[in-house]
Design a protein around this ligand. Structure first.
Ligand SMILES: Cc1cc2nc3c(=O)[nH]c(=O)nc-3n(C[C@H](O)[C@H](O)[C@H](O)COP(=O)(O)OP(=O)(O)OC[C@H]3O[C@@H](n4cnc5c(N)ncnc54)[C@H](O)[C@@H]3O)c2cc1C
Length: 450
């Protein structure tokens, strides 16, 4: 038996199901997928992070007597070549978005493919309501998992003892330059291991629930990028967090967030059309004005909290959860732009971009998804900035031109624009007018559906 262990979103050796299920002669591989890379700008930060993480994976595999063969090609070309070398099957971890499913269906025609689901705590097909249909609301879904989230430990996978490295030329390691990318500066926390991030978080978790929405603070675990690329498994996060010396309510609150990640993956699995359509079936007459959308992308809407968030995203690849909620609400409600455009923009920019969480969260914000925010609840961005960044600390860090402006003005609609000595964009839309317009349109779309 000769197996290919295809690492993709599981760049680790601990608690890795393909390493645990493998038998016989194995060829661990990673493909720098030309189909994906050709669509990315050469300054994409994620490629720098993946490149560094693949190097670390190779070194870790060497420590357990294996190695990692690298390819820079399309998966189809790679497996056509490997098939000729007598490999019997591929073991890999699964993704439910349409690109991944189509790719894997094609590869399976070349070499049999066994899929594993260790990037999540649960297998979506195992969890159904008593009527055998999938959950659509988070709380009952979460409650149904009580035995899991109330446990203190979930068993992790161990590396199989029955594997040997296939004789192969493992020397190829393309540089970022050879891949067509420029090395990017990453945020400091991405130079830390997941264990170091959990150690940092152990000092913050006591105030996690209370302070989580104050986006000028650094209260979260910052684990989403490591989880996305599988430098740590969700099971390991779960087990390590459960061991922290912290109040149970804080630990439970954090685990509940991890379960949101599960929920959105579950929804994408059971409702794959949610990647392309409003899940609740309503038909919204979206605003087609490309200029409004571009101003949102650039951070030139004239609303300081929106502009600071978007400019920060553009320069760092990061955005706090509360800010994601605020800018998403502003785009889909105040500007009435289709959530799919915002989702696609986040997909280009977010370092932690994860199809299921991103699609689910955008559908939530747009009141088109499962368990979504009611359509008549529209965030007022000025009230949000006042409530969660009263001194405008975050906003002033990003929007240097506002550094000397009183916070009161920043939290007031058109407050900044009143200052004739400042050059700051005019608001695209008035907040009240655009809120009312959105509510009317969503009301119509919802009534029409019924
Ligand atoms: C419009 C929008 C788009 C989003 N897109 C993504 C995305 O592409 N990728 C992504 O990982 N998260 C996404 N999120 C969820 C959330 O914003 C990030 O997971 C969080 O900001 C990451 O920071 P952290 O690791 O410090 O989180 P923590 O607060 O420390 O939470 C721990 C972990 O739980 C998970 N988690 C937390 N909140 C959520 C949530 N609301 N939904 C799903 N999982 C969650 C993440 O894996 C996170 O790392 C999105 C949220 C919104 C509102």
């Amino acid at each position: 038996m000769k197996q290919i262990l295809w690492f993709r979103r599981d760049l680790r050796i601990i608690d890795n199901e393909i390493l645990s299920s493998a038998k016989g002669e194995v060829l661990p591989i990673f493909i720098f997928d030309k189909n994906i890379l050709q669509n990315l700008p050469n300054n994409d930060k994620r490629v720098t992070f993946i490149h560094k993480s693949v190097y670390e994976l190779k070194e870790n595999l060497k420590k357990i007597g294996l190695d990692l063969a690298l390819f820079f090609d399309t998966p189809t070309n790679v497996f056509i070549k490997l098939k000729k070398q007598g490999f019997d099957e591929i073991l890999t971890s699964i993704d439910f978005d349409s690109y991944a499913k189509k790719r894997d269906d094609e590869i399976e025609k070349i070499i049999p493919l066994r899929r594993f689901l260790d990037s999540y705590l649960i297998n979506p097909k195992d969890i159904l309501k008593s009527d055998k249909t999938p959950y659509k609301v988070f709380t009952p879904f979460y409650n149904s998992l009580e035995p899991l989230h109330q446990s203190n430990y979930i068993k992790e996978f161990e590396v199989s003892k029955n594997i040997n490295k296939v004789d192969f030329d493992y020397s190829f390691f393309p540089s970022l330059d050879e891949l067509g990318f420029e090395k990017q500066d990453l945020p400091n926390f991405l130079y830390k291991t997941a264990d170091e991030l959990i150690c940092d978080f152990s000092k913050k978790i006591r105030n996690y629930q209370e302070n989580r929405d104050f986006f000028y603070l650094d209260v979260g675990s910052n684990l989403s990028v490591h989880l996305r690329f599988g430098l740590i498994s969700p099971k390991m996060v779960f087990n390590k967090i459960k061991k922290l010396q912290a109040p149970k309510k804080e630990i439970d609150f954090f685990i509940r967030e991890l379960i949101w990640r599960e929920f959105y993956n579950y929804i994408l699995y059971h409702f794959p059309k949610s990647e392309f359509e409003n899940l609740n079936g309503i038909n919204v007459n979206w605003n087609q004005n490309e200029e409004d959308f571009q101003k949102w992308c650039e951070g030139n809407t004239g609303v300081p909290i929106i502009d600071a968030s978007m400019r920060h995203l553009n320069s760092t690849g990061l955005m706090h959860n509360r800010l994601r909620m605020i800018v998403a609400s502003y785009l889909v409600k105040n500007l009435l732009v289709d959530w799919k455009k915002g989702e696609a923009y986040f997909a280009q920019k977010l370092l932690d971009y994860e199809a299921s969480s991103n699609i689910g969260s955008w559908q939530w914000a747009a009141s088109t998804g499962v368990d979504a925010v009611p359509y008549f609840r529209v965030f007022n961005p000025y009230l949000q900035s006042k409530k969660f960044d009263n001194e405008a600390l975050f906003i002033k860090t990003v929007l240097k031109e506002l550094k000397d402006v009183e916070p009161k003005k920043i939290h007031n609609e058109n407050g900044v624009q009143e200052d004739i000595f400042l050059t700051y964009p005019k608001q695209i839309v008035s907040i009240n007018y655009s809120r009312d317009r959105a509510i009317l349109e969503f009301k119509r779309a919802n009534c029409e559906k019924v």
